[in-house]
Design a protein around this ligand. Structure first.
Ligand SMILES: [Zn+2]
Length: 89
């Protein structure tokens, strides 16, 4: 595994609406319970208290593969590290 300095990434994961979505910290405010935000996949989602580990929620929702895909594309991953979207994404 080669480190490419992903600690500089501007993207973060946030569970909401039963999926683990990602958002862009450059254009999206830090998510708060009950506040709508636009995920990388383009969906408008609303996280609830149970979606925040800090608020004794749990984050076991399945990954939103469209967000994962967008993240990799925007973060400049090489093509071989950008898998095609699963059919059920
Ligand atoms: Zn998403």
């Amino acid at each position: 595994m080669i480190s490419r300095g992903h600690e500089m990434t501007r993207f973060r994961w946030q569970q909401a609406n039963g999926r683990r979505h990602a958002y862009d910290t450059g254009t999206t405010a830090i998510p708060h319970p009950g506040v709508v935000f636009t995920a990388l996949c383009g969906k408008e989602v609303t996280p609830r208290e149970r979606d925040f580990v800090e608020l004794s929620g749990c984050c076991y929702a399945p990954t939103c593969w469209r967000c994962d895909h967008e993240w990799r594309v925007r973060d400049g991953f090489p093509p071989e590290e950008i898998p095609p979207l699963p059919e059920n994404a």
